[in-house]
Design a protein. Structure first.
Length: 348
């Protein structure tokens, strides 16, 4: 086993300092936790704490609501550069519903928020068309949203997009990797469509606007919508051969790549061992690493590198799990296993 080489902090050089986010979370944690003892409408209330892929709320009757919020970051800049706004909404839905589904929850509904300096009706309609497309893929309703016009705040054609998803899961079917993942569990990866919606500040530093405008194939690869994995994960929930808690956890590989997200489904004392020869890294990542002289460590610590979601399952259930996700339209690959360790992601 090897650990990837030292980081060159390429993401920091592109203006994104993840340590500021960690510090902000530390500062806000007490304020968040102060609300979590509340029991609105006499319901049992919040389950767990901050840090999971989805927040969980016990509504009684053995059922939990799972909720998540996210955006698409500076990928919006590429959508504006290309004049394409009908797929960025898919990205927004995907970033939220994939998080919600990581605990085994079926997304129920979605809301969006679109803000700009000046409302362009056709652009808003295109964005919402993408949101509706994503909701259809996830099997959830587009319940509502907000369009805000903020002159003097957003410049030119800039706009922002955020989303909020709520799902539901039976307590008995909850996937809590921090509790259930065990040594020997097999890691199954679901392939990505490319960078999804992460690392675009670095991407935009490496590839100039002139390069992107002149290289249609590269622009298409970067704008490929984030894959939505709800059908594959719900196939595991509904499969009779996967019943009884044989799925132990799931991790959505977003910002922070492998190193930040896979440990979020590992209990203390465990690590993930990944065999990098088991899948083909999409060419766009190789091109990015070469053009920007980005270290291997930074690539795996910023991007999904071709694996958008990882599921931990019992070793005697790997083929049932793989087949269920394949039949649901996914591209599952057995990529590694859980081993004793200290929360690391190790590569062979």
């Amino acid at each position: 086993m090897i650990r990837l080489g030292e980081s060159t902090d390429a993401y920091g050089d592109a203006g994104v300092d993840v340590t500021r986010g960690y510090r902000a979370l530390d500062l806000m944690r007490s304020h968040i936790e102060a609300t979590q003892a509340l029991k609105p409408a006499g319901l049992p209330g919040v389950v767990g704490g901050v840090g999971g892929f989805a927040g969980l709320f016990d509504i009684g009757g053995g059922r939990l609501l799972a909720a998540g919020a996210d955006g698409v970051g500076t990928k919006l800049k590429l959508a504006t550069l290309a004049g394409r706004h009908d797929t960025i909404g898919i990205d927004c839905v995907a970033m939220c519903v994939n998080d919600v589904a990581c605990c085994g929850a079926q997304p129920l509904f979605f809301l969006d928020y679109i803000a700009s300096g000046r409302t362009d009706p056709q652009r808003v309609a295109d964005v919402v068309a993408g949101v509706a497309n994503g909701c259809t893929q996830a099997g959830c309703a587009l319940l509502g949203g907000e369009t805000a016009e903020m002159p003097g705040f957003y410049a030119g054609d800039d706009y922002d997009l955020a989303g909020f998803a709520v799902g539901i899961v039976d307590k008995d079917n909850l996937w809590d990797g921090k509790v259930n993942t065990k040594v020997g569990d097999v890691l199954i990866g679901l392939t990505s469509s490319g960078p999804h919606s992460n690392g675009f500040s670095l991407i935009r530093q490496v590839f100039s606007e002139e390069r992107l405008k002149s290289d249609q194939a590269l622009l298409d690869a970067l704008l490929a919508p984030t894959r939505i994995y709800v059908k594959e994960l719900m196939a595991l929930q509904s499969s009779p051969t996967m019943a009884g808690g044989r799925v132990h956890g799931a991790a959505h590989i977003t910002g922070g790549g492998f190193f930040e997200n896979i440990p979020r489904m590992l209990p203390p004392g465990l690590s993930a061992k990944i065999d990098r020869s088991t899948w083909q890294v999409p060419a766009v990542f190789d091109e990015l690493a070469k053009a920007g002289n980005v270290s291997e460590h930074d690539m795996f610590g910023t991007f999904n590198m071709g694996i958008g979601l990882v599921v931990a399952v019992e070793p005697d259930a790997i083929y049932e799990a793989r087949d269920a996700m394949y039949d649901a339209g996914g591209h599952p690959v057995i990529i590694g296993e859980v081993v004793p360790g200290d929360g690391e992601v190790l590569f062979v």
